[in-house]
Design a protein around this ligand. Structure first.
Ligand code: ZN
Length: 227
């Protein structure tokens, strides 16, 4: 069972004393965020991860060691790693989400649908040609939501493989938004990947990918239980 813990910024109280559990790298990164809502998202994401792992290991949240080293440059802004846990953190709009499984690599992505976005312009740099063709065939009013579904499905996949922004998203083809989520074509990536859409919040899209051959089960949880 893969757990996804959602917190909503609009209703969740963010407590400054959560910082007491943070390590030096987290404090530094928190201080670098200029906007209050970015600080709140980071505070929430770190605190959910720490408390989730603390509750499973019976250790204090402050003693949980998180490794955020970037595979490219070594700075602490990479995928979060912890012993005995596979994690993926995402935030957009009103939501902060943390996915957890003890051993299966996972990727979670949520995005607020922005109706003002130029979906076709974004599609040319981030979607595969077949996906862009599908978008062009849709009514203009539907394109922002359809693009966002494509984007979250693809982001979830490259977060699960830890390729992130290094991946060429124009080569990864996922199923169209009105079909069940799945990887359709991804050359040179023969390993099995499960992909599902995830319930999130109104006007948001979310997807989860897992590097496993077996169908996955997802348990949606309210992060308020941890906070
Ligand atoms: Zn880096």
């Amino acid at each position: 069972m893969i757990e996804i813990w959602w917190a909503r910024l609009s209703t969740q109280r963010v407590a400054p004393d959560w910082i007491a559990d943070f390590d030096a790298a987290e404090r530094e990164r928190l201080a670098a965020y200029k906007r209050q809502e970015d600080q709140d998202r980071f505070l929430l994401g770190c605190t959910i991860v720490r408390r989730l792992l603390a509750s499973r290991s019976q250790l204090p949240a402050a003693s949980i060691r998180l490794d955020r080293r970037c595979d490219d440059c070594g700075r602490p802004h990479g995928k979060v790693r912890a012993e005995g846990a596979e994690l993926s953190i995402t935030h957009s709009g009103d939501l902060v989400g943390v996915a957890f499984h003890p051993s299966i690599p996972i990727g979670l992505d949520v995005e607020l649908v922005n109706p003002a976005v130029d979906a076709l312009a974004l599609a040319r740099v981030s979607l595969a040609p077949a996906e862009t063709d599908d978008l062009v065939r849709r009514p203009p009013a539907d394109r922002a939501a359809a693009f966002t579904t494509y984007w979250t499905r693809k982001e979830a996949v490259v977060k699960a493989t830890a390729e992130g922004i290094r991946a060429d998203l124009t080569k990864l083809v996922v199923t169209p938004p009105d079909q069940p989520a799945a990887v359709a074509v991804w050359p040179d990536h023969p390993d099995p990947i499960q992909l599902v859409d995830v319930d999130s919040a109104p006007n948001h899209k979310a997807a989860l990918a897992a590097l496993t051959a077996a169908p996955i089960e997802v348990s949606l949880r309210d992060a308020a239980e941890l906070l």
